[in-house]
Design a protein around this ligand. Structure first.
Ligand SMILES: Cc1cc2nc3c(=O)[nH]c(=O)nc-3n(C[C@H](O)[C@H](O)[C@H](O)COP(=O)(O)O)c2cc1C
Length: 273
Protein backbone atom coordinates (compact mmCIF):
# COMPACT_ATOMS: atom_id res chain seq x y z
CA UNK A 1 0.00 0.00 0.00
CA UNK A 2 2.96 2.30 0.78
CA UNK A 3 4.22 1.87 -2.78
CA UNK A 4 0.75 2.50 -4.19
CA UNK A 5 0.44 5.64 -2.15
CA UNK A 6 3.83 6.99 -3.23
CA UNK A 7 2.89 6.32 -6.81
CA UNK A 8 -0.38 8.13 -6.37
CA UNK A 9 0.97 11.13 -4.53
CA UNK A 10 3.22 11.61 -7.51
CA UNK A 11 -0.03 12.45 -9.25
CA UNK A 12 0.54 15.94 -7.92
CA UNK A 13 3.00 16.40 -10.77
CA UNK A 14 1.50 18.36 -13.60
CA UNK A 15 0.85 16.01 -16.49
CA UNK A 16 0.34 17.81 -19.77
CA UNK A 17 -2.27 15.98 -21.78
CA UNK A 18 -5.31 16.64 -23.88
CA UNK A 19 -8.23 14.48 -22.92
CA UNK A 20 -11.85 13.79 -23.59
CA UNK A 21 -14.14 11.26 -21.95
CA UNK A 22 -13.33 7.80 -23.23
CA UNK A 23 -16.96 6.89 -22.78
CA UNK A 24 -17.72 9.08 -25.80
CA UNK A 25 -15.20 7.33 -28.01
CA UNK A 26 -15.35 3.67 -27.10
CA UNK A 27 -16.82 1.75 -29.97
CA UNK A 28 -15.70 -1.85 -29.42
CA UNK A 29 -15.91 -2.32 -25.66
CA UNK A 30 -18.99 -1.43 -23.64
CA UNK A 31 -18.09 1.70 -21.65
CA UNK A 32 -17.65 1.25 -17.92
CA UNK A 33 -20.41 2.88 -15.93
CA UNK A 34 -18.91 5.41 -13.57
CA UNK A 35 -20.49 7.06 -10.53
CA UNK A 36 -18.96 9.83 -8.44
CA UNK A 37 -20.21 9.76 -4.84
CA UNK A 38 -18.85 12.36 -2.49
CA UNK A 39 -19.31 13.99 0.85
CA UNK A 40 -18.22 17.60 1.40
CA UNK A 41 -19.11 20.22 4.01
CA UNK A 42 -17.12 23.25 2.89
CA UNK A 43 -17.11 22.32 -0.83
CA UNK A 44 -13.41 21.54 -1.27
CA UNK A 45 -13.99 17.84 -1.97
CA UNK A 46 -17.01 18.88 -4.04
CA UNK A 47 -14.67 20.74 -6.45
CA UNK A 48 -12.68 17.55 -6.92
CA UNK A 49 -15.85 15.49 -7.42
CA UNK A 50 -17.13 17.92 -10.05
CA UNK A 51 -13.79 17.89 -11.84
CA UNK A 52 -13.88 14.07 -12.04
CA UNK A 53 -17.46 14.22 -13.28
CA UNK A 54 -16.59 16.75 -15.99
CA UNK A 55 -13.60 14.77 -17.22
CA UNK A 56 -15.36 11.41 -17.31
CA UNK A 57 -18.99 12.24 -18.00
CA UNK A 58 -19.88 10.13 -14.95
CA UNK A 59 -23.06 10.35 -12.93
CA UNK A 60 -22.56 12.26 -9.69
CA UNK A 61 -24.29 12.48 -6.33
CA UNK A 62 -23.54 14.06 -2.96
CA UNK A 63 -23.85 11.90 0.14
CA UNK A 64 -26.39 13.74 2.29
CA UNK A 65 -26.83 13.22 6.04
CA UNK A 66 -30.44 13.59 7.23
CA UNK A 67 -29.21 16.01 9.90
CA UNK A 68 -26.74 18.20 7.96
CA UNK A 69 -23.42 18.98 9.64
CA UNK A 70 -22.76 22.60 10.60
CA UNK A 71 -20.35 24.47 8.33
CA UNK A 72 -18.96 26.43 11.29
CA UNK A 73 -15.58 24.79 11.89
CA UNK A 74 -15.63 24.53 15.69
CA UNK A 75 -19.26 23.28 15.66
CA UNK A 76 -18.31 20.72 13.05
CA UNK A 77 -15.33 19.48 15.08
CA UNK A 78 -17.55 19.30 18.18
CA UNK A 79 -20.23 17.21 16.48
CA UNK A 80 -17.75 14.85 14.84
CA UNK A 81 -15.95 14.30 18.15
CA UNK A 82 -19.24 13.58 19.92
CA UNK A 83 -20.08 11.06 17.20
CA UNK A 84 -16.69 9.36 17.53
CA UNK A 85 -17.02 9.18 21.32
CA UNK A 86 -20.60 7.91 21.14
CA UNK A 87 -19.81 5.61 18.18
CA UNK A 88 -22.70 7.25 16.30
CA UNK A 89 -23.13 6.76 12.58
CA UNK A 90 -25.06 9.69 11.05
CA UNK A 91 -28.22 8.66 9.21
CA UNK A 92 -28.10 9.38 5.45
CA UNK A 93 -30.79 10.29 2.95
CA UNK A 94 -31.25 7.45 0.45
CA UNK A 95 -29.08 7.69 -2.68
CA UNK A 96 -30.87 8.50 -5.92
CA UNK A 97 -28.35 6.31 -7.80
CA UNK A 98 -28.02 2.58 -7.29
CA UNK A 99 -24.38 1.56 -6.72
CA UNK A 100 -25.23 -1.89 -8.13
CA UNK A 101 -25.70 -0.29 -11.59
CA UNK A 102 -22.06 0.94 -11.78
CA UNK A 103 -18.64 -0.61 -12.43
CA UNK A 104 -16.43 2.13 -11.02
CA UNK A 105 -17.32 4.30 -8.04
CA UNK A 106 -15.21 7.36 -7.26
CA UNK A 107 -15.72 7.88 -3.53
CA UNK A 108 -14.79 11.33 -2.22
CA UNK A 109 -14.51 12.70 1.29
CA UNK A 110 -12.70 15.17 3.52
CA UNK A 111 -10.26 13.60 5.97
CA UNK A 112 -11.63 13.81 9.49
CA UNK A 113 -9.38 12.71 12.36
CA UNK A 114 -7.03 10.95 9.96
CA UNK A 115 -9.61 8.98 7.99
CA UNK A 116 -12.78 9.38 5.86
CA UNK A 117 -15.52 11.62 7.21
CA UNK A 118 -18.18 9.86 9.24
CA UNK A 119 -21.04 10.01 6.71
CA UNK A 120 -18.88 7.79 4.47
CA UNK A 121 -18.75 5.27 7.31
CA UNK A 122 -22.56 5.05 7.23
CA UNK A 123 -22.53 4.67 3.44
CA UNK A 124 -20.03 1.81 3.62
CA UNK A 125 -22.08 0.05 6.29
CA UNK A 126 -25.31 0.34 4.24
CA UNK A 127 -24.12 -0.27 0.68
CA UNK A 128 -22.91 -3.36 -1.17
CA UNK A 129 -19.58 -2.60 -2.84
CA UNK A 130 -18.72 -6.25 -3.50
CA UNK A 131 -17.07 -6.70 -6.90
CA UNK A 132 -16.96 -2.92 -7.51
CA UNK A 133 -13.90 -0.88 -8.38
CA UNK A 134 -13.71 1.94 -5.85
CA UNK A 135 -11.41 4.93 -6.37
CA UNK A 136 -11.10 6.96 -3.17
CA UNK A 137 -10.35 10.68 -3.45
CA UNK A 138 -10.02 13.18 -0.65
CA UNK A 139 -9.05 16.64 0.47
CA UNK A 140 -7.42 17.44 3.81
CA UNK A 141 -5.48 20.06 5.69
CA UNK A 142 -2.30 17.98 5.72
CA UNK A 143 -3.07 14.26 6.12
CA UNK A 144 -2.42 11.91 3.24
CA UNK A 145 -5.10 9.55 1.94
CA UNK A 146 -3.21 6.42 2.98
CA UNK A 147 -4.88 5.68 6.33
CA UNK A 148 -8.38 6.17 4.92
CA UNK A 149 -7.66 3.78 2.04
CA UNK A 150 -6.51 1.12 4.51
CA UNK A 151 -9.69 1.70 6.54
CA UNK A 152 -11.81 1.52 3.37
CA UNK A 153 -10.26 -1.74 2.30
CA UNK A 154 -11.12 -3.22 5.69
CA UNK A 155 -14.69 -1.88 5.56
CA UNK A 156 -15.40 -3.12 2.01
CA UNK A 157 -13.02 -6.07 1.48
CA UNK A 158 -14.93 -7.24 -1.59
CA UNK A 159 -14.10 -4.04 -3.53
CA UNK A 160 -10.99 -3.45 -5.65
CA UNK A 161 -9.10 -0.23 -4.89
CA UNK A 162 -6.49 0.10 -7.66
CA UNK A 163 -5.99 3.88 -7.43
CA UNK A 164 -6.60 6.78 -5.07
CA UNK A 165 -5.80 10.46 -4.95
CA UNK A 166 -5.55 12.94 -2.08
CA UNK A 167 -4.95 16.66 -2.32
CA UNK A 168 -4.34 19.21 0.43
CA UNK A 169 -6.98 21.94 0.45
CA UNK A 170 -4.26 24.58 0.10
CA UNK A 171 -2.97 22.88 -3.08
CA UNK A 172 -6.18 22.74 -5.09
CA UNK A 173 -4.34 24.29 -8.04
CA UNK A 174 -2.49 20.94 -8.28
CA UNK A 175 -5.73 18.94 -8.08
CA UNK A 176 -6.50 18.63 -11.83
CA UNK A 177 -3.07 17.16 -12.61
CA UNK A 178 -3.28 14.76 -9.66
CA UNK A 179 -6.74 13.58 -10.71
CA UNK A 180 -5.79 13.32 -14.40
CA UNK A 181 -3.01 10.93 -13.47
CA UNK A 182 -5.56 8.58 -11.91
CA UNK A 183 -8.05 8.96 -14.77
CA UNK A 184 -5.30 8.10 -17.27
CA UNK A 185 -4.18 5.11 -15.19
CA UNK A 186 -7.82 3.93 -15.11
CA UNK A 187 -8.06 4.39 -18.90
CA UNK A 188 -10.95 6.81 -18.44
CA UNK A 189 -9.26 9.65 -20.32
CA UNK A 190 -6.51 9.68 -22.89
CA UNK A 191 -2.96 10.68 -22.05
CA UNK A 192 0.32 9.28 -20.86
CA UNK A 193 1.59 9.29 -17.30
CA UNK A 194 5.21 9.97 -16.53
CA UNK A 195 6.85 6.81 -15.19
CA UNK A 196 8.24 7.73 -11.80
CA UNK A 197 11.36 6.28 -10.24
CA UNK A 198 11.38 4.88 -6.71
CA UNK A 199 12.64 7.21 -4.00
CA UNK A 200 16.35 6.77 -3.21
CA UNK A 201 17.18 5.02 0.09
CA UNK A 202 16.54 7.09 3.23
CA UNK A 203 19.61 8.85 4.57
CA UNK A 204 20.44 11.78 6.84
CA UNK A 205 19.34 15.03 5.15
CA UNK A 206 21.95 17.46 3.87
CA UNK A 207 21.81 21.11 4.98
CA UNK A 208 20.10 21.96 1.67
CA UNK A 209 17.47 19.22 2.14
CA UNK A 210 16.85 20.33 5.73
CA UNK A 211 16.30 23.89 4.46
CA UNK A 212 13.77 22.58 1.90
CA UNK A 213 12.00 20.62 4.64
CA UNK A 214 11.89 23.59 7.02
CA UNK A 215 10.61 25.93 4.29
CA UNK A 216 7.85 23.49 3.23
CA UNK A 217 6.51 22.81 6.73
CA UNK A 218 6.76 26.45 7.86
CA UNK A 219 3.54 27.17 5.96
CA UNK A 220 1.46 24.95 8.27
CA UNK A 221 1.20 25.69 11.99
CA UNK A 222 0.54 22.11 13.07
CA UNK A 223 3.84 20.99 11.54
CA UNK A 224 5.95 23.53 13.40
CA UNK A 225 8.63 21.95 15.57
CA UNK A 226 8.82 18.86 13.32
CA UNK A 227 12.43 17.86 12.59
CA UNK A 228 13.69 16.07 9.49
CA UNK A 229 15.24 12.72 10.46
CA UNK A 230 15.95 11.15 7.06
CA UNK A 231 15.11 11.66 3.40
CA UNK A 232 14.86 9.83 0.08
CA UNK A 233 14.31 11.65 -3.21
CA UNK A 234 13.71 11.26 -6.92
CA UNK A 235 13.96 13.55 -9.93
CA UNK A 236 10.88 14.11 -12.06
CA UNK A 237 10.26 16.21 -15.15
CA UNK A 238 8.70 18.74 -12.79
CA UNK A 239 11.48 19.02 -10.21
CA UNK A 240 12.37 16.85 -7.21
CA UNK A 241 10.08 14.85 -4.94
CA UNK A 242 11.25 14.16 -1.38
CA UNK A 243 10.04 11.63 1.11
CA UNK A 244 11.14 12.79 4.54
CA UNK A 245 10.76 10.97 7.81
CA UNK A 246 9.98 13.70 10.33
CA UNK A 247 9.76 13.57 14.09
CA UNK A 248 7.71 15.60 16.57
CA UNK A 249 6.99 14.80 20.23
CA UNK A 250 8.64 11.39 19.87
CA UNK A 251 6.34 10.35 16.99
CA UNK A 252 7.59 9.78 13.46
CA UNK A 253 5.71 10.47 10.24
CA UNK A 254 6.30 10.39 6.49
CA UNK A 255 6.20 13.84 4.90
CA UNK A 256 6.08 14.22 1.11
CA UNK A 257 7.57 17.43 -0.29
CA UNK A 258 7.94 18.67 -3.86
CA UNK A 259 10.43 21.28 -5.03
CA UNK A 260 9.52 22.28 -8.56
CA UNK A 261 12.13 23.42 -11.08
CA UNK A 262 12.79 27.18 -10.88
CA UNK A 263 12.39 29.50 -7.93
CA UNK A 264 9.03 28.38 -6.53
CA UNK A 265 8.98 27.56 -2.82
CA UNK A 266 8.88 23.85 -1.87
CA UNK A 267 5.53 22.57 -0.59
CA UNK A 268 4.43 19.46 1.24
CA UNK A 269 1.80 17.31 -0.39
CA UNK A 270 0.91 14.88 2.42
CA UNK A 271 1.76 13.72 5.91
CA UNK A 272 1.23 10.06 6.80
CA UNK A 273 1.23 9.49 10.53
C1 LIG B 1 -14.09 17.34 11.96
C2 LIG B 1 -12.88 17.63 11.12
C3 LIG B 1 -11.75 16.84 11.25
C4 LIG B 1 -10.63 17.05 10.43
N1 LIG B 1 -9.55 16.22 10.55
C5 LIG B 1 -8.48 16.40 9.73
C6 LIG B 1 -7.35 15.53 9.82
O1 LIG B 1 -7.30 14.59 10.61
N2 LIG B 1 -6.31 15.75 8.97
C7 LIG B 1 -6.31 16.78 8.08
O2 LIG B 1 -5.35 16.92 7.35
N3 LIG B 1 -7.39 17.61 7.94
C8 LIG B 1 -8.46 17.43 8.74
N4 LIG B 1 -9.55 18.26 8.61
C9 LIG B 1 -9.57 19.28 7.53
C10 LIG B 1 -10.40 18.81 6.33
O3 LIG B 1 -10.02 17.51 5.90
C11 LIG B 1 -10.23 19.76 5.12
O4 LIG B 1 -10.55 21.06 5.51
C12 LIG B 1 -11.06 19.33 3.93
O5 LIG B 1 -10.51 19.88 2.75
C13 LIG B 1 -12.53 19.77 4.02
O6 LIG B 1 -13.22 19.26 2.90
P1 LIG B 1 -14.68 19.77 2.47
O7 LIG B 1 -14.54 21.24 2.13
O8 LIG B 1 -15.00 18.96 1.27
O9 LIG B 1 -15.61 19.54 3.61
C14 LIG B 1 -10.65 18.09 9.45
C15 LIG B 1 -11.78 18.91 9.35
C16 LIG B 1 -12.88 18.68 10.16
C17 LIG B 1 -14.08 19.57 10.03
Amino acid sequence: MKKLFMMLMAGLLVTACASKPKTEQAAEEPAKKVLVLYYSVTNTTKQMAEYIQQKTGADIEAIAPVNAYPSDYSELIKRSQEEIQGNVLPELKPLAHNVADYDIIFLGYPIWMGTYARPVMTLLANTDFNGKTVIPFCTSGSSGIKQSVGDLQKAIPGAQIPQCVGVRSSLMDKMPAAVDRVLIAMDLIEGENEVLADYSAQQAPTAEETAIFDAAISTYDMMKGTKAVSVGSRKTSNGTDYKFVGEANGAQMDIYITKENGDAAPYFTAVDR
